[in-house]
Design a protein around this ligand. Sequence first.
Ligand code: CP
Ligand code: NVA
Length: 308
Amino acid sequence: MAIPAGLLSVADLDASGIQHLINRAVSLKHGEAPLSLKGKVIALVFEKPSLRTRVSFDVAMWQMGGHAVYLSPDEVGLGKREKVSDAARTLSRFVDGIVARTFSHRTVETLAEYSRVPVINGLSDYEHPCQALGDLLTIHEKRGALKGLRLAYIGDGNNVARSLLIAASLVGMDFSIASPPGYGLDEATLRQAGAFAAGSGARISSVSDCRAAVKNADIVYTDVWVSMGQESEAESRRRAFASYQVDAGLLSLAGEDAILMHPLPAHHGEEVAEGLLDHPRSVVFDQAENRLHIQKAILLKVLGGQAA
Ligand code: CP
Ligand code: NVA
């Protein structure tokens, strides 16, 4: 059986595929050319908490005439109550698509391997592709372009950073990450992104100095120091990242029109200074809203939408 195309990684797309999703999201956001998912049902299988991903996928399905069934960590017990492969084979007899939020990226890959229907990664420990695609929509909306812009990512080389780097390197956006030693992105990811960047013209750098990364940036981006699943490392991570907070001083080193982005949830007073999300340059709530619009475009691509 051929495995249906879902979205496990941003690298499942190319630059024109990303631009197509952004264009469709823009037209959906502005109520042009409505498309329908009437009669389609997705399962939201979540091993971790969520506000944005859960609600935006549920609302996206409802607004396009479909339906979403949410399954909490306790209900499914992926790999505990039932083998991941059995859950995938069963669930895909009932629904047209699966959105999974997992601890291990291997779990989302196994779901996709055994599912008859497309699987979308709603965040794993390795990638958060829906976030990165929504972020590109926001950047496109705020700055009118993607290629040639400079993004500075301050903080952990985590799932959000990895997906964003891959997305940036595909579309030709420069990406500079500043992390404490030992917490940057891994070599394999930098190599993968480097290969994409060779084709797109993006420049990638990985440094330890926040000020060097932020200098003249068009976008300043940060995420939590302690991701879901890393709670036992919280103390050591807070110590390692203490000088990596994005505050008004750091933001002022970026380009004069630079925007501040964060995927949320934020830990105010840790990775982002208290009050900074209310800074005039902060676009974080528009960024959160755009998850809805980009995910509609993703769902239409993956599930096959029809003219409404
Ligand atoms: N940004 C994001 O994915 O938020 P949630 O964890 O609330 O879904
Ligand atoms: N890096 C964070 C992102 C949350 C949306 C986490 O994985 O917890």
